[in-house]
Design a protein around this ligand. Structure first.
Ligand SMILES: [Zn+2]
Length: 432
């Protein structure tokens, strides 16, 4: 049975239910009014496994399950269009998730012939629904870009920002100030957008439309932030604003920087970003529990870095060591090269004992520059925590699919990433 038949079967089964069942059984509708798709960029299965152990309280016998364990329903393949082989980039994968079509690596909402593809966001708009994005990268980065815009290349940031204006999205929250010129901001203004640049201004926003650009490019790393709740705050605000539309909404939430930490082979930073994303998932999970008309689907666009939980032949992964690290290796390194009295600060930020031999290696690297020291710090962390990596790029393994709410069962089992979009699209109200 293909997914379309499955959709029809599930929907007909549910709509038939009241004929022979007690009417008050059906508290949740067969079709969701609202849909939230959440993407952990680069969040392959090793990341969610790692996160479980990272979160585990070692003083209790059981290993506590995470939000990922709770919501898991299936798997998805992520390969791009034939022309790009088996290993996708974020643009092709986001195009698949947003439009239900395979395309080439680098494509933003366009097909292999560079022609625009209809996205779920555009379909929602046609139905009078509201749309929004809340991300930790710049809002015109590959994933939100493919949901809101059309461009032949993910690198055309200015054009993608223009495309976001044309999308009429009601809530746009993330980073990316440097890509929005005064001229473009004036156009957003003319369309009735409130433009804000500080997280503290979020509180004063009580209705759409809003363009919140809180950083020049990416949002600050969770590991360098006072808490892991920035994406949660953006997500809560997006939900509050979008739910004002009686016709419903489609919201994209992305934990964008999990991927960036993966590219950097930086496990401490990756775990912190994953924690920030998990917190946002819990916000949405809570919303879905309270709003029986809302479906949430969480997945990854691909796997990044080939993260390995355990490495170098040792049957061990040291989460206690990772938990003690209080800043990103890049931040530790840039501060360390700027002061003579660097050793105490580095030891304090790493949070674990460093041997004389290890300290010498760090010192040699510091004599070169901050980049060399950052690399040396990441290597030290990997060796000491038994973390492995196979690439600075992406890998082609399948990713997990998590869902809750009406029609969550549609996403059970094995599927392709294009099917996730097609299933979600099939749940939109029919056009007259
Ligand atoms: Zn990537």
């Amino acid at each position: 049975m293909n997914y379309k038949n499955a959709v029809a079967l599930v929907l007909s089964a549910c709509t038939m239910l009241p004929l022979y069942a007690n009417a008050n059984i059906t508290e949740a509708p067969a079709r969701p009014k609202n849909m939230i798709i959440m993407v952990g960029d680069g969040m392959g299965p090793a990341y969610t496994s790692a996160y479980r152990y990272f979160q585990d309280n070692p003083s209790t016998e059981e290993i506590e399950s995470t939000v990922f364990d709770r919501l898991l329903v299936g798997m998805a393949s992520t390969y791009p269009a034939r022309v790009s082989g088996y290993v996708t980039d974020s643009a092709a994968s986001a195009t698949a998730l947003a439009t239900g079509n395979k395309s080439y690596n680098g494509a933003i909402g366009v097909d292999v012939n560079k022609q625009p593809l209809t996205s779920i966001m555009e379909m929602a708009k046609l139905r009078g629904m509201s749309t929004g994005v809340a991300v930790t990268s710049q809002v015109n980065h590959a994933t939100p870009g493919a949901f809101l815009a059309h461009n032949e290349s993910r690198k055309n940031y200015e054009a993608i920002a223009e495309g976001i204006l044309e999308s009429d999205a009601d809530v746009i929250l993330g980073g990316g100030q440097k890509y929005f010129s005064e001229e473009l901001l004036a156009k957003f203004n003319a369309k009735g957008y409130q433009h804000i640049t500080e997280l503290s201004q979020l509180e004063s926003i009580d209705k759409p439309k809003v363009l919140g650009l809180f950083a020049d490019v990416q949002m600050p790393w969770v590991l360098n932030s006072p808490d892991a709740n920035t994406l949660s705050k953006l997500t809560s605000k997006a939900l509050a604003l979008l739910s004002q539309n009686e016709k419903g909404f489609v919201l994209l939430v992305e934990g964008s920087l999990i991927d960036w930490a993966g590219h950097n082979n930086d496990v401490a930073t990756a775990m912190a970003e994953l924690n920030g994303f998990a917190n946002a998932i819990e916000v949405v999970e809570q919303y879905v529990r309270q709003h029986k008309d809302t479906l949430m689907v969480v997945t990854a666009d691909h796997n990044t870095g080939g993260l390995s939980v355990g490495a170098n032949g040792t049957y061990r992964w040291d989460t206690q060591l990772l938990k003690g690290i209080s800043a990103t290796p890049a931040s530790i390194a840039s501060k360390a090269v700027a002061t003579d009295d660097w050793q105490a600060a580095v030891k304090q930020q790493l949070g674990f004992e460093v041997s004389a031999d290890e300290l010498q290696k760090l010192s040699d690297a510091r004599d070169q520059d901050a980049d060399a020291l950052e690399i040396a710090l990441k290597k030290l962390i990997d060796v000491r925590s038994y973390t492995g990596w196979t690439t600075g790029g992406h890998t082609g393994v399948d990713v997990q699919v998590f869902a809750a709410g009406p029609a969550a069962d549609l996403f059970k089992g094995n599927q392709d990433n294009t099917h996730i979009a097609e299933k979600m699209m099939s749940l939109l109200p029919k056009l007259n």
